[in-house]
Design a binder for this molecule. Structure first.
Ligand SMILES: Cc1cc2nc3c(=O)[nH]c(=O)nc-3n(C[C@H](O)[C@H](O)[C@H](O)COP(=O)(O)OP(=O)(O)OC[C@H]3O[C@@H](n4cnc5c(N)ncnc54)[C@H](O)[C@@H]3O)c2cc1C
Length: 403
């Protein structure tokens, strides 16, 4: 049996950042989970406050060098409905920023974070690259049994083990779950004849957004195409040439012809929020606490704020016992409004596209038309999208962030 202050269960992006953050607090940490497979075709847009946070942790330079800046966000109404919004562009220079953030492929992100492990005090950090088999949460310790039957004992277990989290199950925390009649087809594309000019373009279609985000260089983009589950499977089954042409058609040929760089992957869309964000000796972060559709690039950005909030709770309530009830209930309370407001925002945006009800369509159309016409509203919307919740409304905060 080996003992540490904190066991981070799950070695995805959120687990890596949580482990590095806990070591920075001077706590001894084990990061539990298999080595990254390198097979994740997704990319992640890291925005505003996430960039500042990763900078403070000394992780940003390694990530930035592998990402592409997002300077302009363009929204195009492709619903074909009677009430249509005008094409609206949000330009980061309008709020004094060089970029809203950076898009980076998940494989590069995890490898950059993995390199970040070497920059922290390795006396305080160990990796155990296997799955946890079971978790038991007691009054004084969390016990984690590994696949090889060895056991870790920790004052705090951080659940970064994704949507089917073992730690969450051991904590007995229930989830509110819902599903959407949609799947996301994800694929990375080369468009040799045009540059994306660091613009992310989102077509709003009646089945969901079709979003092209700058990828590795000026002539590659990552695509998240939200359609019905049947259409996603049909697209995935097409031969590469036919799929490239179909995606070009859906993108209205804005970048000319596409070539596929990766195998398409399909992710069913679902929503999930935990009914509480902690249990005895356990803190739920990232997808163990909240899952929502890949719309508006919120998932991992929200997860980083979980880690910041847990850090604040530990620092303010006592580092001697990072898993005390005082620390954990303070953490749980602090996450309710941010998690629910982002979940509701993403849900409403998605439903405003799907809904055949004029009210939802009208609200989205009017909002975008107003944003196009009124620069101050546009600037407010940009800052609200970037800032952490406590900063929304405080003019200048987002602009002061060194993105
Ligand atoms: C199509 C798509 C696009 C997205 N785009 C964005 C975006 O642009 N911006 C954004 O912020 N978010 C985005 N997201 C969300 C983002 O990808 C997720 O929030 C993020 O990947 C979750 O990271 P994580 O570390 O919580 O979970 P995961 O990446 O799922 O990691 C969980 C880890 O836990 C490990 N694990 C599981 N069980 C165990 C166990 N028993 N023992 C040990 N380890 C275990 C797994 O091996 C894995 O490494 C997107 C999501 C999708 C589906």
């Amino acid at each position: 049996m080996r003992q540490v202050d904190v066991a981070v269960v799950g070695s995805g992006p959120a687990g890596h950042v949580a482990a590095i953050q806990m070591v920075r607090l001077g706590l001894s940490v084990v990061l539990i989970g298999p080595a990254h497979s390198g097979k994740d075709g997704r990319t992640t847009a890291l925005l505003g406050s996430s960039v500042s946070y990763l900078e403070r942790l000394g992780l940003w330079d390694g990530i930035k060098s592998k990402g592409q800046a997002l300077r302009v966000m363009r929204l195009i109404d492709d619903t074909g409905r009677l009430l249509r919004a005008p094409t609206t562009e949000f330009d980061s220079s309008e709020i004094g920023l060089e970029a809203f953030g950076y898009n980076i492929d998940n494989n590069s992100l995890v490898s950059a974070l993995h390199e970040g492990l070497d920059a922290v005090d390795r006396d305080l950090l160990v990796e155990d690259q296997q799955f946890a088999r079971s978790v038991a949460l007691g009054d004084d310790y969390a016990s984690i049994e590994m696949e090889d039957s060895s056991i870790w004992q920790a004052k705090l277990a951080i659940a970064a083990d994704g949507r089917n989290s073992l730690v969450k199950e051991a904590a007995g925390v229930e989830m509110r779950r819902w599903s959407y009649p949609q799947s996301a087809l994800v694929v990375n594309l080369h468009h040799p004849s045009s540059s994306h000019n660091n613009t992310s373009t989102e077509f709003h279609t009646p089945t969901g957004p079709f979003t092209l985000v700058p990828y590795r260089d000026s002539h590659t983009s990552s695509l998240v195409c939200v359609v019905t589950p049947e259409t996603a499977q049909e697209l995935k089954a097409m031969d590469k040439q036919a799929l490239a042409m179909e995606l070009e058609r859906r993108a209205q040929s804005i970048y000319g012809a596409f070539e596929l760089l990766t195998e398409p992957q399909v992710f069913p869309l679902a929503g999930m929020v935990a009914k509480g964000f902690h249990g005895q000796r356990a803190a739920l972060i990232a997808e163990s606490a909240h899952v929502f559709p890949p719309i508006g690039a919120q998932g991992l950005n929200l997860s980083l704020r979980d880690i910041e909030a847990l850090t604040d709770a530990i620092v303010s309530k006592g580092e001697a016992d990072p898993g005390s009830e005082q620390v954990l209930s303070s953490y749980g309370r602090s996450r309710i409004s941010d998690i629910w407001s982002r979940t509701a925002g993403v849900h409403m945006l998605n439903m405003s596209l799907l809904s055949s009800l004029p009210f939802g369509q009208g609200a989205r159309t009017a909002g975008l038309a107003l944003a196009k016409m009124v620069p101050s509203l546009r600037r407010f919307m940009m800052k609200a999208g970037l800032a952490s919740p406590s900063r929304i409304g405080s003019v200048g905060d987002a602009a002061n962030q060194d993105v």
